[in-house]
Unconditional design. Sequence first.
Length: 365
Amino acid sequence: MKNTFGQSVTLTLFGESHGPAVGAVLDGLAPGLTVDEAFISRQLARRRPTTAMDTARREADHYQILSGVFQGRTTGTPLAIVIPNENTRSGDYTYGLARPSHADYAAYCKYHGYEDWRGGGHFSGRVTAALVAAGAVLLSALSAAGITVGTHILRCGAVWDRPFDDAARDIAALQNAAFPVLEDETGEAMSREILHAKEQNDSVGGITQTAVCGLSAGVGEPWFDSVESVISHAVFSVGGIKGIEFGSGFSAAGQYGSVFNDPLRMEGERVVTATNHNGGVNGGITNGMPVVFQCVVKPTPSIARSQQTVDFLHGENAELTIHGRHDPAIIRRVCPVLDSVTALALCDLLTQRYGTDYLAKEART
């Protein structure tokens, strides 16, 4: 029953959707890291529902840092962040009626009926607010070390955005994008796709693409703590993620080695590859190129249509129409969450490679 990720830098999540608060505890951070509270607020705003394409549940996300920060810098002790839940509506939920593709029945089996089921409880996307707040601290630390992370919507329904081209430039552009796409007209088409699903009392899924720039070659461990393994572990902690591929991923199945291989060349004193089909990773270790991966995001399971289910308390078949406030697509709001879990995985890998104080070297110089 572990809710902690990481070996060197660790993150523990706590709280439930309709409980008093959600929160996170970061441990293993170097002392002296800058904690930019304005940046934390901006990241939370990127995740927050604000449009007709999002849930009607509006939370202010007024977070509070309880420990681990003094005079704007990390102390090196556990950093605890808490975010109150202020807009709950538990009457929209009925215990025992399993919502299709939700964790209701699985949680009942694991926790023997003692779970907080209101609003999805600990399995709710609401908990990702704490993840984003903690992730903002890690993203700032990576940025100070010259490492940037960015995620955009590659596909929503039938609409595609262009993939990363100049990854560093594209990541910078995404920081100011209201809708996380690389082409403005694509965002407009995706918005229409989401609103159409909403009008049909349905939902829609998609694909995200994440890039990491500035990572030196040599990070990661072969076999069980490879870069792909650690990032995938973190990514699959996010509800709604059903698949991941690095670089060209599954398309490699239809290619020849002469096409898929990434030719190497010297660029000054640096080794680079002409293509990046491997997504910046060879043998589980970074090769100095951008780390690039795609994630499949499933359609939001809460839809306002009648669905077949069971009443698991009474062992009976049932019909369920879900009421309440839900996103017709979570893919826009999941982008800062994926940035956060990527930052968590990278900070853990980097501190294992270079030591705990690595991320604070800029602060101390």
